[in-house]
Design a protein around this ligand. Sequence first.
Ligand SMILES: [Mg+2]
Length: 347
Amino acid sequence: MSDSKKSLTLLSDLGEFGLIDRLTSDLPVYHKSTIKGVGDDAAVLDYGDKYLVMTTDMLMEGIHFNLVYTPLKHLGYKAAVVNFSDIFAMNARPRQLVISIAVSGKFSVEAMDEFYAGLRLACDQYHVDLVGGDTSTSLTGMAISITVLGEVSKDKVTYRSTAKENDLICVTGDLGAAFIGLQVLEREKNIFEGARGPQPKLEDYNYVLQRQIKPEARKEIIEFFETNNIVPNAMIDISDGLSSELLHICKQSDTGCTVYQHKIPIDEQTVKIAEEFNFEPTVVALTGGEDYELLFTLPLNYYDIVLAREDISIIGHITHKSEGCNLVTEDNTQVPLVAQGWNAYKQ
Ligand SMILES: [Mg+2]
């Protein structure tokens, strides 16, 4: 018994991505309709003129959210939006959503109404139909599992694995704010729990808090691609930090990359509050999480059209694999990018 125990590997040692690789390696594919299985932001299925894309995401109380400072309406909204983000990352449009939810008996009907109000608002804003679900009782906190279906023209589906050497590397919006918002919420947690003391001046933190509590998915970027007849070579959404997502694209595309520190978009408020917490803002942008921005690569000839958009930053370019994945710092030093994204099993 003790011998066999010794040989066991902890999930926290393997990490989320290592676990996914292990559990899903060599999965058989029985159907021609399965175009892309595990390994991207969503699976791609062929059922007619267009591709169907499918993604699922699970949120656990105490791991992914804290009900002390997360209003249930916002939680419902965010739970849906993070799935829409994965659909957009395939250059697809979300269409239908199913939800499974487990809550303890301590929950009130009114609390569930609030959660569903947020869920319905997200579906309304992104024009997605809520078409089914399941509810159950939980003894250990709230659990939410959402699956979203989307569609995309077959010639426009965008994978992580198809970046090309010399492609521009582009990122939408700004990075790191959601992580900093979470730090503020954690610091002020006792206030939310009703402890006595000075009330937090949360108005100074509006932007980062909104990025944490009510994120949006980048629908307008997919519309921009469509209007301008752009199909990125590769795309992923940034849920685990820029560094981790860049490494996913480069590993799966068999390329390297060079990105420049001074090109990484970080909001002024994020910089200011990061410094308050003694975090280096660039590190926060590289390794924070939950930005739900899009990271994509494009051929050089799109330089001007992308440059014209204020909400897209060109942060570097794809290189030959032999050059590795690197960040060029402000003092012109080249440092290798390392994955320090979200490890679901290390808390
Ligand atoms: Mg994703």
